[in-house]
Structures are given as structure tokens and as C-alpha cells.
Design a protein around this ligand. Structure first.
Ligand code: CDP
Ligand code: MG
Length: 670
């Protein structure tokens, strides 16, 4: 048995109010003990000394050694934050930022948002008192817009830097400049071993590398003898086989996305009859970016007596989130990555083979508390030959329009000339610039345009959606578009229970608008705000996600405040609107014209400007309807097919009206 972090969790999170009670004191003691048992603890003094004396520290350590949760606390305890300065710690993922902040707040004994807080897009859980601030890397880049020297911070820790998310790469490049101007600022970069040298070279001779690699137990790696056709089904079988044949220990399975994860969770619930032959129960738990906070916390709870925990996760659990007690890992061999194809100017989520580095990380999750086993759902030849060594950094495979816009707003004119660890490909930069130009954010010299471009950079949205929002006032539909934008920024609001699919679909159908998904989302929110805000019952009866809808309300308010600050006339939420659906659709085209497609006789769609064939995603209103021309908000590649998500029916002429230049060029090429 490991020293389970949450053994005494039923006492509830420790709060200052309860210091007098016996249980609270015990909680405190046990937390201190747990902290001292982490591998990083032995290095506390050394690390503090290095940080004191050198500007940049690169920290290497296995997942779970305490990098994310402990180092910030050590600095806080040593008084680094006394002069009202704070410690920032960035994460490439939202879930990591919130879950680490929650954990550290618990260890310190405060509420999240007090001494320890987090900031992710549309959710700021910080206050004046916040001294340790976890945030997504994208949020820190946004802070640079208003505070170019990051004067609020004494230490910035870029966590999980080896993941090479685009914002992490950009931050490292800018921070390299900032530390030259701010001698008092300290930079910590946490990285997997493989990439530490590269970071050290980038930051130059004053950089120190420290390794806190703790003890790891051996992990047996097992491969499939024959390739599998269906890794989701194979995952289910492997879980059940492990459960039947292997001694106790929890299971962690890696899959690529929420849908696969839910399939496995439900299959396990179905197929593992409890207490057959007196056997322990299987307790499947999903883990992915859209998991609500309360469900997130359940991941960390030890399995109840007589049950075996199975966590089924995206690559979040690869490094960002540490779960104790894992002895068996199942690695499907794939990961979902954002990829941009410069030729078709198309960005999509693609299921790709994991890198060797990621496969090693995944296997390592099994050897933290005792020797473990890793079941790879592919053949050993694949591991040796097909898998790439490391994944391509995001900056080389993503749409750069958003990042370029933000850099321009920071006064950085030429992204291609930046001192980057890995420079972005020229073609990607050119495409980003072209899109921003056609959206009106840049002028013909590549300068941010005074009205539109500057304001687009301020909105925390994709440039296309920013454009839609900022032009909505001229269409007279700002209130409606605010709602659509908010609904697009939260997780899926439609809930489809496995056992009551039809009933749910019937309810959802009542909100459906023939013109497409964006207006359907608008409808749902309208109904919610009139009838369903006060209690979750309404949403529940309609098979809608109450939390997501409430969040959309909060996002809507925040976006309205942004627009207000930018000088737009935001209509009050109570004002009755007379705008028609066509106006809203035209307004959407003003930002999404580059994402247009034409229906083919067989029901598929051909992207404008390329020969690429895509399909309406089954979740879309357009899946079962026809429309000659459409725009979409996102593409996703699944298996052989590419799907459009978020689709609205449009007229061809609107494209030419919205972006005459863009379509002129295109037609010239065609
Ligand atoms: O960052 P690193 O992977 O080195 O480790 P960490 O995230 O600081 O985790 C240190 C310990 O805190 C691990 O034993 C985790 O299980 C625990 N932890 C937790 O219980 N709950 C969290 N939300 C995060 C970490
Ligand atoms: Mg960590």
C-alpha cells in the first residue's frame, strides 16, 4: 500500500476555520508528512540556492516527484513573495492548472483564490492575496500584453516545457529577453530529460540544470503479437484481463479522446459484473480536459476497499496529472494532435502515433510505487521503427494566425526573426499573415490595423471569432453573437446518455434550427436563460449540461465586459432583439469565410480553395440536412474521414461580399 495522499480525504478539505478541531490538525500533519516523502524534498535547499544565485534553472524529474506542487511552495515559504510579488507557474493544459492549484491550496490550507489561485481563460480564481498563481501558458502571454516585464512576478516557472506547446515556446522566447532587463526575476523551466539540453543551450551559459530524478521501479513492457484493428475494444479486453489475472494495483489506460474514453468507461461498467467469484469490483473513471472539477477530484481518491480503480485518460495523465497507486498502464499507441496543413490551409485534430518519448513517459506512470507493467497495444516493430522520437513542436504544426496577432500586439513585428527554440515554417507564417490580412487585422504592410486589429488582439478568442464579435455591432446582432461566441467557448452542452439516446435526441431536436449549429446553440442558451437558470432541473429534463450552460453565461458576461472596454456598445441582456437569423449568419461569415465548403452530390463537402473532402460530424445539425454552402468552426480527423464541427448554412454570395480579396485570389489560383 502506498502512503495514499487522500487517505483521510473524507475529513473534507482542511480549511483555516477548522484549525481547532482534532481532525483538522491530523490532516495538517499528514499533509506535511506526504510532502516530505516526495523525491524533490531532499533537494529543497539545493534548489533554493540555485534559484537564489542563477537566473535560469532547468529542472528535470520524473512525473510525480513534486515539481509542480512543491517548488512554488518552497519559494513561498522562503519569503520570495514578501514584497507583494507573486510566483507564476504555467501549464500547457487547463486541467493541470486547476488541479495543481487545488492540490497546493489544500496543502497550504487555504481556499483556492486566496494565497494559491489559478487563472485560465474565462476563469480567474485569484485575488489580491494570491502569491502562487497557476495558469495556462496562454494566459501568461496575455498578461505580457499589459505588463511587458511581468513586474508582478518574482519567479516564473514554465512547467511541462518539453511538451513544446506553442505558447510555451513563445513565452520562452520572450522571457529570455525579459530576464535580461529584470535581473531580479527568476525563471524555472521544468522539462523531461530528453529536452533539457536544448533548453539549456537556448538560455546560454548562466543556466543551471538540476535533476531530481527519484527512484523508479522497473516496468515490464509488453507488446501485442499481432496488430489490433480496434484499439478501443482491445483496451476494454486488456483491462478485464488484467483485472482477472494480475495481482492488485490500479490501471491507467491512455486513449485519444473523450468519446473513446466514455465508450470504455461504459463497457467496463457493463461487462464487469460485481462480486462474481468474490472478486474485487472494477471502478472505471474518465480523465480528460472537459471533466468538471468534482469528477476530477475523484481521480485522486484511493479506490474503496475491494475495488480496483481504472483511470481512462487522454494524454493528460502522461505528465500533467499524477495519480498514485498505478501499477498497470495500457498504451493505445496514439494521441490526438492539432495539425495544420499549409497546402489546404486546414487545421484539424488528428489521431497520430505517439512519440517514443511519450510512450516512455506513459510506461513510467506504472513504476512509481512498486514494479509495474505496461501493455502497449501495438507490435514491438512499430515501437522501434514507426514511432517518431519526439512529437513535432506545436509551433510547426498549428495555425499561427492567433499567435501572430498577439505578437504583433506585443510590438513584435516579424515572428520569423524571433529567437525561437524551433522556428515556425515559413509557409505557416505566410498563411497566418494572409488570414489576418483578409480578416482586416493587418494592413498591407503587415501592421496591426488601428481599430480592428488592435481590438482583435485583446479578445481572448480565435481571430476568426474575434472578428465576428467585433463586426456584430454593424450587423446589429451583438447580443446574439455574444451568446453564440460564449456557447462555442464552453464544452458540449448536449448530453446523450447511452441508455436513453432517443429521448435525449427528441429533446434536443426541439432546439434545432435548420440553418445550423451556431443558431441552434443560440436557441439553447436563450431558452436556458429564460427558463433554466435558477435550478438544474430544467437542463436535466432537456438532457442539457447545466454546468456548461452556466459557464456560458459567465463567459458571455466576460466577453461583454471586454467589448465594453474596447468601446463597443453592448446591448443590455434584457433588450428585445428583432434581428433575423440571416443577419446572424451573414455576421458569422464575416469571420469564418475562410472556412467554407460546398456540398457534393453524395452528401460530403468540398472545402473551398482545396480539393479536400470533409463530412458533417454526426453531432452537427447539418449531419442530416442539406445545404449547398456552409461555413464551419473546426475540423476533426477521425479514422479515414475529416469532419466539420459547428456548421452553419450560408449563401455563396456572402463569401464574396465578406472577403472579396480573399476569394479573388483563390479564384485566380483555381
Ligand atoms: O510535477 P510533478 O509531476 O513532479 O509532481 P506533482 O504534480 O507536484 O505531484 C506530487 C504529488 O502530489 C504526487 O504524489 C501527486 O499524486 C500529488 N498530487 C495530488 O495528490 N493531487 C494533485 N492534483 C496533484 C498532485
Ligand atoms: Mg508536474
Amino acid at each position: 500500500m502506498s502512503y495514499g495522499i487522500n487517505n483521510d480525504d473524507d475529513a473534507g478539505p482542511y480549511t483555516g476555520l477548522r484549525t481547532a478541531s482534532v481532525s483538522a490538525q491530523f490532516k495538517l500533519a499528514s499533509i506535511r508528512r506526504q510532502r516530505e516523502l516526495l523525491p524533490i524534498f531532499r533537494h529543497r535547499q539545493t534548489l533554493l540556492y540555485i534559484i537564489e544565485t542563477s537566473p535560469v534553472l532547468i529542472l528535470i524529474g520524473h512525473t510525480g516527484s513534486g515539481k509542480s506542487t512543491q517548488l512554488t511552495q518552497y519559494l513561498y515559504e522562503e519569503g520570495w513573495t514578501s514584497e507583494s510579488k507573486a510566483i507564476a507557474c504555467t501549464q500547457p493544459r487547463r486541467v493541470a492548472a486547476t488541479s495543481v492549484a487545488t492540490r497546493v491550496a489544500e496543502e497550504i490550507g487555504c481556499q483556492v483564490g486566496q494565497v494559491v489561485g489559478y487563472s485560465i481563460r474565462f476563469e480567474d480564481m485569484t485575488s489580491e492575496n494570491t502569491r502562487i498563481k497557476y495558469m495556462t501558458d496562454g494566459m501568461l502571454l496575455r498578461e505580457l500584453l499589459v505588463d511587458p516585464l511581468l513586474s508582478r512576478y518574482c519567479v516564473v516557472m514554465i512547467d511541462e516545457a518539453h511538451e513544446r506547446s506553442i505558447y510555451t515556446d513563445i513565452l520562452l522566447c520572450i522571457l529570455k529577453k525579459v530576464i535580461r532587463k529584470r535581473k531580479d526575476l527568476r525563471l524555472i523551466i521544468s522539462s523531461a530529460t530528453l529536452q533539457a539540453e536544448e533548453f539549456a543551450n537556448f538560455f546560454g551559459p548562466d543556466t543551471r540544470i538540476a535533476s531530481i530524478e527519484g527512484k523508479m521501479y522497473p516496468v515490464d513492457i509488453l507488446y501485442l503479437a499481432e496488430p489490433t484493428e480496434d484499439y478501443v475494444e482491445k483496451t476494454i479486453q486488456t483491462i478485464i484481463d488484467i483485472h482477472n489475472e494480475e495481482p492488485e494495483g490500479d490501471i491507467l489506460a491512455f486513449l485519444t479522446g473523450r468519446k473513446e474514453i466514455n465508450t470504455v468507461v461504459e463497457a467496463i461498467l457493463d461487462r464487469s459484473a460485481p462480486d462474481r467469484n468474490n472478486q474485487a469490483r472494477l471502478l472505471p473513471l474518465p480523465l480528460h480536459a472537459f471533466l468538471p472539477q468534482d469528477q476530477q477530484n475523484r481521480i485522486f481518491d484511493p479506490a474503496p476497499e475491494g475495488a480496483r480503480k481504472v483511470i481512462i485518460s487522454t494524454n493528460i495523465a502522461e505528465a500533467s496529472v499524477t495519480i498514485d497507486g498505478i501499477v498497470y498502464v495500457i498504451d493505445c499507441g496514439y494521441v490526438k494532435l492539432r495539425a495544420y496543413d499549409p497546402a489546404s490551409k486546414m487545421e484539424s485534430l488528428i489521431v497520430s502515433p505517439v512519440s517514443k518519448a511519450a510512450a516512455i513517459q506513459r510506461a513510467g506512470r506504472a513504476g512509481r510505487t512498486k514494479p509495474g507493467k505496461c501493455f502497449r497495444l501495438y507490435e514491438s516493430q512499430v515501437a522501434e521503427t514507426i514511432l517518431p522520437d519526439i512529437s513535432v513542436p506545436e509551433i510547426q504544426r498549428t495555425n499561427l494566425a492567433g499567435p501572430i496577432l498577439q505578437l504583433k500586439s506585443l510590438g513584435i513585428e516579424n515572428i520569423a526573426k524571433l529567437d525561437m527554440i524551433t522556428p515556425p515554417p515559413v509557409e505557416l507564417v505566410a498563411n497566418g499573415l494572409e488570414l489576418l490580412y483578409s480578416l482586416g487585422a493587418l494592413d498591407e504592410y503587415g501592421k496591426l490595423t488601428a481599430g480592428l486589429g488592435e481590438r482583435m488582439a485583446e479578445l481572448p478568442l480565435d481571430p476568426m471569432l474575434s472578428k465576428v464579435l467585433l463586426t456584430s455591432s454593424s450587423f446589429g446582432c451583438m447580443g446574439e453573437v455574444l451568446t453564440v461566441a460564449a456557447m462555442m467557448s464552453v464544452e458540449n452542452v448536449f448530453y446523450l446518455p447511452e441508455d436513453n439516446h432517443t429521448a435525449a435526441e427528441m429533446e434536443h431536436l426541439k432546439f434545432t434550427v435548420d440553418e445550423g449549429d451556431h443558431l441552434t446553440l443560440y436557441n439553447v442558451y436563450q431558452a436556458f436563460s429564460i427558463r433554466g437558470k435558477r435550478s438544474s432541473k430544467w437542463a436535466h429534463d432537456k438532457y442539457l449540461n447545466y454546468k456548461a450552460l452556466s459557464r456560458a453565461g459567465s463567459v458571455r458576461n466576460q466577453l461583454a465586459r471586454y467589448l465594453d472596454k474596447l468601446g463597443a456598445k453592448v446591448p443590455s441582456s434584457t433588450s428585445l432583439s428583432t434581428v433575423d437569423a440571416e443577419t446572424i449568419r451573414k455576421c458569422l461569415v464575416s469571420g469564418y469565410f475562410a472556412n467554407a465548403a460546398k456540398m457534393q452530390p453524395d452528401g460530403s463537402f468540398k472545402l473551398v480553395g482545396s480539393e479536400k473532402i470533409v463530412w458533417a460530424h454526426p453531432s452537427s445539425v447539418m449531419f442530416s440536412r442539406s445545404a449547398e454552402w456552409v461555413i464551419y468552426s473546426e475540423l476533426m480527423e477521425l479514422g479515414e474521414k475529416t469532419y466539420m464541427i459547428g456548421i452553419t448554412k450560408i449563401e455563396r454570395d456572402w463569401l464574396l461580399e465578406s472577403a472579396p480579396d480573399y476569394y479573388q485570389v483563390r479564384r485566380g489560383r483555381a
